[in-house]
Design a protein around this ligand. Structure first.
Ligand code: 5GP
Ligand code: ZN
Length: 154
């Protein structure tokens, strides 16, 4: 299942590099982040190597995220957190450091002073024409961005 590509998370999924595992099944492996933003900060990764979600079929993406949801329930219950952030970054520009797809499950607490999305990325104002143009570009690109899209036609 794992490729011999020197990938850190492939090695964690195979057990070659130790981790604090919280869950495993045939498709995913979940373990504690070595630099937790809060106790219980968990990473859920596909056992198969993908660099970003663009490399995954809709089915593979669905398998990862449905299992991440399953693990998320356990993280929230197990940490008794007030909330939970689900974070998934693709590409350097988005802050992805480890180039094996991973979903962060981060327990959140009212006591830490909630940080909303605005705390990470500030709101910017754009002219209406810019928004119309980008909406049109996205509409025209949906169904064309993934090579594997033809398997699924929503
Ligand atoms: P990214 O910034 O790519 O979204 O997240 C990568 C995450 O992997 C970081 O939060 C980082 O702390 C975590 N990480 C990096 N190396 C290791 C490791 O060897 N073991 C574990 N458990 N987590 C790691
Ligand atoms: Zn990998």
């Amino acid at each position: 299942m794992n490729e011999d590509n020197g990938c850190l998370f492939c090695k964690i999924a195979s057990g070659e590099i130790p981790s604090k595992k919280v869950y495993e099944d045939e498709k995913v492996f979940a373990f504690l982040d070595i630099n937790p933003r809060n106790p219980g900060h968990t990473l859920v990764i596909p056992k198969k190597h993908f660099t970003t979600i663009s490399d995954m079929s809709e089915e593979e993406y669905g398998e990862l995220f449905s299992r991440a949801k399953y693990v998320a329930n356990g993280v929230q219950k197990g940490t008794k957190s007030d909330g939970l952030s689900v974070v998934q970054s693709n590409g350097k520009a988005a802050g992805q450091v480890v180039t094996h797809v991973h979903v962060h499950l981060i327990p959140r607490y009212m006591s830490e002073g909630p940080v909303s999305l605005e705390g990470v990325l500030s709101v910017k104002k754009f002219p209406d024409e810019t928004l119309d143009s980008v909406a049109s570009s996205i509409k025209g690109s949906i169904g064309k961005s993934s090579e594997k899209k033809e398997e699924y036609d929503f």
